[in-house]
Design a protein around this ligand. Structure first.
Ligand SMILES: O=C(CO)COP(=O)(O)O
Length: 253
């Protein structure tokens, strides 16, 4: 059975104090549910204290990015070994904001995916098309290409540790959620592509999340879809009440 995963990407938000308050509230309120995982991704400076606040609760902590090397002359970067050292378990890789503003490419995404897997960090690998690509009818080819390149040279046994997030760029922070039919269509394309790259039963075990203006009001319809196994949530993960609303209404299939 695939896990339902609700992951909050805080992006560049919350001071240490603000984030700690939200996380304390979540740690107290999220109850352990079989088949469900709740993840929160604060900014780098507060990851270590976030791990401590979440310890013993049903919330686990993710980074929003990392470098692929363990150490070296890479000013401003953070390595997978360092994340593991402080107790981080997940890392978001290839978010469209990193691709757009920080020169993240399919090649660096692939390097980071392989580095995460070799450190037993769970990569939450993002893909998604722009509105122009969708309108030009290029969505399927684009998404399949992103998936193929993200997992190039990744062994089948490592794929079981992977989480994929489909985030259409046009639905991020816009209030314009993809309909659950649109999200399901693309998540099915992703699962099918993984099935052709590996095998269908491996693809069947991978959690595929949807991200883009997810709220308490649309999570049930999304997670009822056959190929949508949770959400990567931006804005609505910043306040404990909003995020709890999503967690409480997510469907565990
Ligand atoms: O980018 C996202 C999560 O990674 C989605 O952000 P919003 O939920 O704010 O649209």
């Amino acid at each position: 059975m695939r896990k339902t995963i609700i992951a909050g990407n805080w992006k560049m938000n919350h001071t240490g104090e603000e984030g700690a308050a939200v996380l304390q509230s979540l740690a107290a309120r999220v109850t352990a549910k079989e088949g469900m995982e709740v993840v929160v991704a604060p900014v780098f400076p507060y990851l270590a204290s976030a791990v401590q606040i979440a310890a013993g609760s049903s919330v686990t902590i993710s980074a929003q990015n990392m470098h692929w090397k363990d150490t070296g002359a890479y000013t401003g970067e953070v390595s997978p070994a360092m994340l593991v050292d402080i107790g981080v378990t997940h890392v978001i890789i290839g978010h469209s904001e990193r691709r757009e503003y920080f020169n993240e490419t399919d090649e660096t995404v692939n390097l980071k995916v392989k580095a995460a897997l070799s450190h037993k960090l769970t990569p939450i690998v993002c893909c998604g098309e722009s509105l122009e690509q969708r309108e030009r009818g290029e969505m399927k080819v684009w998404i399949e290409g992103q998936i193929q390149q993200a997992f190039a040279d990744v062994a089948a046994e490592d794929m079981t540790q992977v989480v994929i997030a489909y985030e259409p760029i046009w639905a991020i922070g816009t209030g314009r959620t993809a309909t659950h039919e649109q999200a399901q269509e693309v998540c099915a394309i992703i699962r099918h592509k993984i099935g052709t790259l590996y095998d269908p039963s491996l693809a069947d075990g991978i959690s595929i999340l949807y991200g883009g203006s997810v709220k308490g009001g649309n999570i049930a319809a999304l997670t009822q879809c056959a190929d949508i196994d949770g959400a990567l949530v931006g804005g609505a993960s910043l306040q404990a009440d909003d995020f709890m609303d999503i967690i409480d209404h997510a469907v565990i299939k």
